[in-house]
Design a protein around this ligand. Sequence first.
Ligand code: GLC
Length: 611
Amino acid sequence: MSKMNDTFQKRMEHHHDELRWLYMELYGNDGMFAELCDQMYEYYKERDQKLRERDEEREKNPEWFKQKNMLGMMLYIDNFAGNLKGVQEKLPYLESCNVNCIHLMPFLDTPEGRSDGGYAVADFRKVRPDLGTMEDLAELAKQCHEKDMNLCMDFVMNHTSEDHEWAVRARKGEGEYMSRYFFYDNYDIPAQYEATVPQVFPTTAPGNFTYLPEIGHHVMTSFYPYQWDLNYRNPRVFNEMMYNFLYLANQGMDIIRIDAVPYIWKELGTQCRNLPQVHTIVRMMRMISEIVCPSVVLLGEVVMEPEKVVPYFGTVEKPECHMLYNVTTMATTWHTVATRDVRLLKNQMNIVNRLPKKYTFLNYLRCHDDIGWGLDYNLLKCWGMEEVAHKRYLNDYFAGRVEGSVSRGELYNEDLVLGDARFCATTASMCGIESAGFEQDAEKMEHAIRADVMLHAYMLMQTGIPMLYSGDEVGQVNDYSYKEHPTKWEDSRYVHRGAFNWKLAEDKENDDTVSGKIFQSLNRLEQIRRQEKVFDGDADSWIIDLPDISVLCIARDKEDDRMVGVFNFGDWEKEIDVPEVGDFRNLMDGQLMDIHKVKLPGHGFVWLKRM
Ligand code: GLC
């Protein structure tokens, strides 16, 4: 047997029994399981030699993605550089941002105007023509790998576009394809689902079903009406989607983000979220990728409350996702910005710090989606903050409608019945850079820049992998031009999905400009993060409790090194006594600082290292 066979065989033997067991439990179909295994071998054989070498290296170093030099950036190909070839040309810029992991936002073929930002995939094996080709993608991956960079893409597995071949054939009434979705010839079952399943887009896409008059059927559409939910009870769907997954992995992906994963299994009488079968499927995906393409990391998009998120890591013996978004910490951060009250954030960070270190979170301030106010309202209640009223306050605050707010942005999917809404804006706009620029107020601008940099410093100090949102590195503000766009105006998430402003990037070295100031500060922080061993993934991290309600203090320890970060979420200057002993040096400027007299301006911060 050749070496190649050996490697595949060994990995297969390692996982076979469990994989078969889970597959049979879900599908009880031997023939389809055999087909899956055969196809896995085909994808293994098709895998480029260089990628197979990458697999073997990373099998020896499975923690590769937890290195302290990991820094991600998410970007839209067209907004950033026109097309895939453009992104390749701009790799030096990304390197100058210290980024070594690029998350390309959805770029597969999708119908114009019915795309949900690319999350309605019409063909899993074709790149949207204006962005390039599959060959361009594979070439970009190759170039990234040569520069020691990683590439990440989405795998939208919960649904397909209504233009996907399966959907087109289902709409024609072909039973084989109808069975890949949820079709009903009357509203009885849909009505039963609607009784228990919450809505994802209550305003922009109410309900969970769409009626198709041409065939007199209702089809399940949890997201937009043109995104048809796939039926994972059908083993054909699972198998074919796994082949798509492996095909994309073989283009050279290092990280695959599994989109909207909690939704993939549906069961009458439930909320159709986080059902046990979802975990079975994710576990199978993990094993399939460990057999065929073990250098690939699974990033789960689980935008749920903390107790629902953590199970997606699986267990030590049976891991599921390698990485998950730190979504509650992100939302709690903005709550803290609006309230100047760090108590909830301390509590949230304590929860995360107590989790096993092998759990890797992806930390971020903003992403392409809205901010949902998924906070711990039981705790907030103890401090007098009621859910509905508090959400309203947060939205009013960030929309700039509250006295003292410098933020600008827009509500998203306001649910008038539940009195709920989410929020959209860029980090810079939420920190006041947009309003200060508009008012041409230099003092306000200085404060806004300070807040923006402080939040990044705090985010970069969290345990896990930091992920920037393209444009944040130069303080890009909201873009309201989507309102004039016939297919975008209804979806306010486009306010923070504007085209990248290369003019701002030109100023990145110029300290006299807003973008230069932000870029330089982040650059310094990122450099420090790469160098200091306290940022290793296995360092200890905890919160130092300070009496001041507006000041957050984080400590990190690795071997003999200790670092303390102090972050002032309040508007006014403070002198803070940190209960630590020893001499500390400011990592940003090298100056000694008295740990008992840490002076910080409003929204200032300091990173200190014990000497
Ligand atoms: C994810 C994406 C979001 C999209 C949804 C449906 O939540 O982040 O942008 O609308 O999935 O695919």
